[in-house]
Structure formats: C-alpha cells, structure tokens
Design a protein around this ligand. Structure first.
Ligand code: MN
Ligand code: MN
Length: 373
C-alpha cells in the first residue's frame, strides 16, 4: 500500500480532484485502485452523465453571469432559449434545451471518432445557462434572448443556442450580427421550411417569419441567406416571390436527392460566403425526416438522414468561420426515446469538434476546458 504522499502525488498526476485544468478523460484507461477513496475518486465531470445535479451541457462549467463570461473569455458557450410561444402547430420546444442537455451518455473529456479529436482539450467550452424568458410574451422573450446572446458573443465565445422554436433565430442572429459588425454575416439555414413569411395569422414574430425579419432589418443580406432541405407544402408562391426579389438562395430536398447532400452543402457555403467572411448556422431539427426526428412541432416527411445532417454540420463548421449557431424546434413531448433530442445534441457536439479540429489544423495551441476543482 502506498504511503500518503505517493497517493497524493498520483492523485494529482491523474488530475482526479484538484487539477483545475483537466487534460485527460479520467475513466476508461484508469486501472482499478482499491486505495483511492471512492467518495472522492471522480470529479462530477467524470462521473456518469446521469449523475449530478447541475444539468449543464456535458457537465461543463456553468458560467451564467456576463461579467464572469467577459473575464473568462471561453471559446464556445451553450445558451438555452426555452421559448415556444411563437409556434404555429405543435408546441413543446420550450422543453428543448433541457432535453438536449440531457441527451447524452458521455461523460468527461469526450473523443470525436469522426474527427479524431478531444474537443474539450482544444476549446474552453462552458454552459452560459438559459436566457431568462417568461411565457406568453414574444417581444420580452426575444429581448432577453438577444441580450443573452450579446453577452456571450461579446465575451469572444461562439454562442450555440438551444431552442426553443425557430422564432429565437431572429434575436439570436441579430445579436451575432451586431457583434461582428461591420463585417457582414452570412447564414446557412437547414430546415424543411423557409420561415420567410411576412406574418402567420398576423403575427410578425412567429416561428414562420424570423428569416424575413433578419433580412428586412438588415442583419443579413438576402443573397447571403442560404437555405437547405426545403420541402412539403409551405410557404406559398407569394413568399417564394419575395425570396427571389430579395436574392435569397435555397436548395430544396429534391436537389439533395439528385446531387447528394455534400455537393449541395458545398454550394450553400460558397453562396453564404459570397461577400461575408463569417457564418451563423441555424439548424431546425425538422430538416431531418420525422421518422428519425419525430419530436418537433411541424414534422415534414421526406427529410435528411441524421448522418447526413451531422456530416453537413461538420462540413459547414469546418469550412467557414463560425460566429454563432442555433439548434431549434426540438419538442420533447412529441419525441420517442429521446431520438430527436439526441440528434440535436450531436449537432452541437459535431460543431464543437469541428471548431476544435480547425484550431488544430491551423497550428494553434490547445485551450482546455477549465473545470471547477
Ligand atoms: Mn424553422
Ligand atoms: Mn421547420
């Protein structure tokens, strides 16, 4: 049996309890040691995903205050936007952020098999908590979401916003556009629906209108707003006429069926970057076929495979300078076995891993996620 000093040294070397920067995953290659006190053997970050009370994304540090974010300057910050009062059909996306945060079985320093990188060794990733929304007041909710995203983006972090219905993209992308100005913002938008209506039953801030508001407000130029995956029976011809008049570009699902997702996404990236150098990525989970992602408000048959969407997220994030992202329209009450929440959760992990791989490819140095001791 080792003496106390040796045990303390080993504990420190393995970073189990008092290392403020956790460089390695703690669990899988660690030999069983009967001398380590099981009560303190694992940091919360390294315990199983279902253990622990904070509920933060991947058990990452919860840094909710703007001043603390500004001081820390993380690389990426997760934000919840639990708001669904702007939906036109099935509600429930207000429960999306919690479900997406919970849709993981991974703990500790995860390893992307796709990109062969441990993203939390390369990027300081935190959970900034939820925007302080309240129900039944679209303007108020959008205002606090915009301010929350502003706080995060001004700290230098890439905000990744968990919706919420798609109306939240108007305040979220507006905030990002404000922070990157005067650089123009391009948008790549995955969705079954264009979300470019003028109004839905007279409501200007519904989840069917955010892209119209972004273009009308000048946050994004129409010609750099590029949509992928459109299908079904909405919007009407008049809305497409407005989109043409404002130079939007879109790639319907039929084009993906004919040309394949990778070629279409490559065109979408080039169009969004035709002028701008930075990109906001908006993923409506209903771009995925409802057979694989039933937990959403306006399911439209005939969509992407989850593997196509995850590859597309890696392709976009790996190929552009990403300055903001959202994943929206996950409605847990309509989900089955959490498959929709898991697909949304993996969209976020694919984006984080692609950001990390870009940093490595650029020859930059790692900036490991700093965990509380
Ligand atoms: Mn949408
Ligand atoms: Mn949609």
């Amino acid at each position: 049996m080792p003496d106390d000093e040796t045990r303390e040294e080993r504990t420190r070397d393995e970073g189990t309890t008092d290392d403020p920067i956790r460089r390695r995953g703690q669990n899988d290659e660690r030999p069983h040691d009967p001398d380590v006190d099981p009560y303190t053997a694992y940091h919360d970050f390294d315990l199983p995903a279902y253990v622990g009370a904070t509920g933060s994304f991947q058990k990452l540090p919860l840094i909710t205050e703007g001043a603390a974010l500004a001081e820390r300057r993380p690389d990426v910050a997760i934000i919840g936007a639990p708001f669904d009062d702007a939906v036109s059909h099935r509600p429930g996306a207000r429960f999306g952020p919690r479900a997406i945060r919970a849709a993981t079985y991974h703990a500790g320093s995860i390893n992307s098999v796709q990109l062969e990188i441990e993203p939390f060794q390369w990027l300081d990733v935190v959970d900034a908590g939820d925007a302080p929304v309240t129900p039944s007041n679209i303007e108020r909710a959008h205002d606090v979401i915009r301010r929350k995203v502003l706080e995060v983006a001004r700290s230098g972090a890439v905000p990744i916003v968990l919706g919420g219905d798609h109306s939240i993209t108007f305040p979220s992308a507006s905030a990002v556009a404000e922070v990157v100005a005067p650089r123009p913002l391009g948008v790549v938008h995955f969705d079954a629906h264009a979300d470019t209506a003028n109004a839905t039953w007279g409501v200007l801030l519904s989840h069917g209108t955010p892209m119209r508001r972004l273009i009308e407000s000048g946050a994004v130029a129409g010609r750099n707003f590029v949509q992928v995956g459109l299908r079904g029976y909405w919007p009407p011809p008049e809305t497409f006429a407005w989109m043409r008049a404002n130079e939007l570009r879109w790639h319907p699902m039929t084009e993906i069926e004919e040309r394949g997702a990778e070629a279409v996404v490559a065109d979408a990236i080039a169009e969004a970057l035709d002028g701008p150098q930075v990109i906001y990525l908006s993923v409506d989970i209903d771009v995925v076929d409802p057979g694989a992602a039933p937990g959403t408000g306006t399911p439209e048959p005939g969509g992407l495979l989850v593997r196509e969407l995850l590859r597309a997220v890696r392709q976009v994030v790996g190929g552009v300078e990403l300055v903001g992202m959202d994943v929206v329209e996950v409605s847990p009450p309509f989900d089955r076995s959490e498959v929709t929440a898991a697909a949304a959760h993996r969209c976020v992990l694919e984006a984080i891993s692609a950001l990390a791989a870009k940093r490595r490819a650029a020859g930059e140095t790692p900036n490991p996620t700093r965990l509380p001791g």
